[in-house]
Design a protein. Sequence first.
Length: 363
Amino acid sequence: MLKHRRMPKRSAVIAGGAVVALLGAAVTFQTANASDDVRQFEVKVLSADAAGKLASSLDARLGDAGTAGAYYDTGSRTLVVNVVDESAADMVREAGGKARVVEHSLAELKGARQTLKTRATMPGTSWAVDPVTNKVVVTADSTVKGASWEKLTQVVKRLGSKAELKRSAGAFRPFVAGGDAIHTGGGRCSLGFNVVKDGEPHFLTAGHCGGTGSQWSDTQGGPAIGTMVDSQFPGNDFALVRYDVNVDAPSAVNLYNGNGQEIVGAAEATVGMRVIRSGSTTQVHDGQVTGLDATVNYGNGQIVEGLIQTTVCAEPGDSGGSLFSGNAAVGLTSGGSGDCTSGGTTFFQPVTEALEAYGARIG
């Protein structure tokens, strides 16, 4: 956190959060009538952030019955949108996306999620819609066994082609203990992003790191520099800390190499997006977004919904740390399984939701 004030200033990097110009020759799709008057559709080459915005726009226009999610193809830098009929496909093509006709609509997949919530909510499980496979991917950690495993298997089996079951090494848990280290009492987490609320400096971190009113410092046993003014967990996993002392709180993430990545705004995650995480235990690691609107059952009644699922590793102490793409804030580290030696699945609270809830902004 406060180490940021010692990092040299860097110019903003045009990357994940920036819109890029069209590159190369556009791919065209044609209608069946191959006349000179045939309508042509260009597939736009997009940044991950621009693809996310296009996906949100098309989702609003098509609705749950007409679409089944979307993902970012990092190879071609295009947005692939799942649809269930040719009418919806034409709308996607007109907007510049690639249309892919699939079996299950988003409404059907949401119905499968509701079935899982009703019949298979148990510690050590998670589920998220995977637009690449057009299924709800259900993941069980190593603690799900015996009768629980049999029950989960049967529920998933009854969902047919709408769902598939996978195993994850280790156990799902919030990464308590967490860019820069922040401390409260005997616990440690990581600072997510510095933000401004009502003209005053604050920062975001994970809600499970502490409760409203807790005091935070930038060194173990050091004087408090901030107070947690709100904490939301479970259900959500974000919290807001107000700085109580004068600090230099730049919109940057510690890269742990003497430099920082400037953050100029927030972006919605898109499946396929390449992302980077910074945390005080394992420092900097990268990976890919694999699911959205994920539900995670951490145990002890701690269920969090609406999370970003990724392949980025993390360990205890990384909680609350920054997930970003280019110069755009994306998420706050929540929890997961595995570690940064063997890998694992990690979940993040979307930053956009926290900013909206608190009326805060980046920078």
